[in-house]
Design a protein around this ligand. Structure first.
Ligand SMILES: *Cc1c(COP(=O)(O)O)cnc(C)c1O
Length: 368
């Protein structure tokens, strides 16, 4: 069986290094907010090209804490793409703010030309989600944000080390949010996340907020939360990030192989926005009219795939209260019916890639 993702393969590429670091941290006797977190924060900020990084417990925490710290909540609106992962929307609504959806373009993330018409006098921010490992048009997003005095938060959970016009994502807006969930580009071995920012005051607020609102033990300045990146994950992330560029270029090679050799009129290959690169967090094809049949065909040939994502947030049960119905965001709804993520992971052999390509090219739908 060829799995859509295979984290064990990636682990095996550098198993000894992770194991050594894990033992080092375990034996250190210090497990929360210590030297590993401090070093990771410095190294990740340097890697991204930001002044500050604050380690947190997850990507969702990075998102909701960002809006909280920016003072965005009840009565405020935040613009987000209609085909995003639901965590993006929860990051907005956990603070009581309202998501305002904007449809994606042919590059699978927000259509910046449609942002302006979604702005109202309640709009406070744009959440730019760099979905599938490739950047939004940040030139346009930033231009609109400046014109309307909006905050920009970037969700870089799927785009570790990606660029827009040569600059790393996460450095365009007020805050860049990262998830280090195991399947992400620089994945931890459990839950983890962080924010990056050039704003010292914001960075300081995150540091206090993540630790019960406390800077000095037992003195609490604000009602904060517990969202601390732990030493073990930070140590392991320090090992993993050394290999991130190598992981990204390996996935680029696999994507190039797919791009070059998948030839099937029913399968629309992913498009990368001019000005953006891709780390191929997902290799997402569009299959109009017969996606499920295609997935089933591959499954029968022992090839696993995933749908990112089958239900757009506005149609999710969780967001019934927003009052949307089918047809409100037709492009996101269409994408939910036609996208499929092909197997893509570090350590995927050429043989596996060729097998996947061969089967995809052999697919012919049973016409009704
Ligand atoms: C994974 C992901 C998140 C959430 O990250 P967690 O660490 O799982 O909380 C948010 N946004 C996007 C786009 C993601 O892919």
């Amino acid at each position: 069986m060829i799995m859509p993702n295979n984290l064990g393969r990636q682990y095996n590429l550098h198993a000894k290094e992770y194991e050594q670091k894990a033992i080092e941290v375990l034996r250190s006797g210090w497990y929360i907010l210590g030297n590993e977190v401090k070093m990771f924060e410095k190294e990740w900020a340097d890697y991204v090209g930001s002044k500050y990084c604050v380690g947190l417990a997850s990507g969702l925490d990075a998102l909701w804490m960002s809006f909280k710290i920016l003072g965005i909540g009840q009565g405020d609106e935040v613009i987000v793409c209609s085909n995003s992962y639901i965590a993006c929307v929860m990051g907005i609504t956990m603070n009581g703010a309202t998501p305002v959806f904007v449809e994606p373009d042919e590059y699978d993330n927000i259509d910046a030309d449609k942002i302006e018409s979604a702005i109202t006098n309640k709009t406070k921010a744009i959440l730019a989600v760099h979905l599938y490992g490739t950047a939004c048009n940040m030139t346009k997003v930033i231009k609109i944000a400046k014109a309307y005095n909006l905050r920009v938060v970037e969700d870089c959970a799927q785009s570790h080390g990606n660029h827009w016009e040569g600059k790393t994502v996460g450095t365009f807006g007020d805050i860049g949010c990262f998830s280090f969930y195991p399947s992400k580009g620089c994945g931890a071995f459990g839950d983890a996340g962080c924010i990056v920012t050039d704003n010292e005051e914001l960075a300081d607020k995150f540091k206090v907020f993540r630790n019960y609102g406390s800077r000095v033990r037992y003195q609490n300045e604000v009602v904060g939360t517990n969202s601390r990146l732990d030493e073990l994950q930070a140590g392991l992330l320090r090992v993993k990030m050394k290999h991130l560029d190598e992981f990204n270029s390996e996935r680029c090679k696999i994507a190039e192989h797919y791009n070059r050799e998948i030839i099937n009129p029913r399968i629309r290959l992913p498009k990368i926005r001019p000005g953006a690169d891709s780390s191929w967090h997902q290799y997402v094809v569009h299959v109009s009219g017969c996606r499920d049949e295609f997935a089933e065909f591959l499954r029968k040939h022992d090839i696993g795939t995933i749908i990112h994502y089958p239900i757009p947030p506005h149609l999710s049960d969780a967001y019934k209260y927003l009052g949307y119905k089918k047809g409100d965001f037709p492009i996101a709804e269409q994408y939910a019916d036609e996208v499929l993520s092909l197997p893509m992971y570090n350590g995927m052999t050429e043989e596996e890639q060729s097998y996947v390509i061969e089967k995809i090219n052999a697919f012919v739908p049973e016409e009704a």
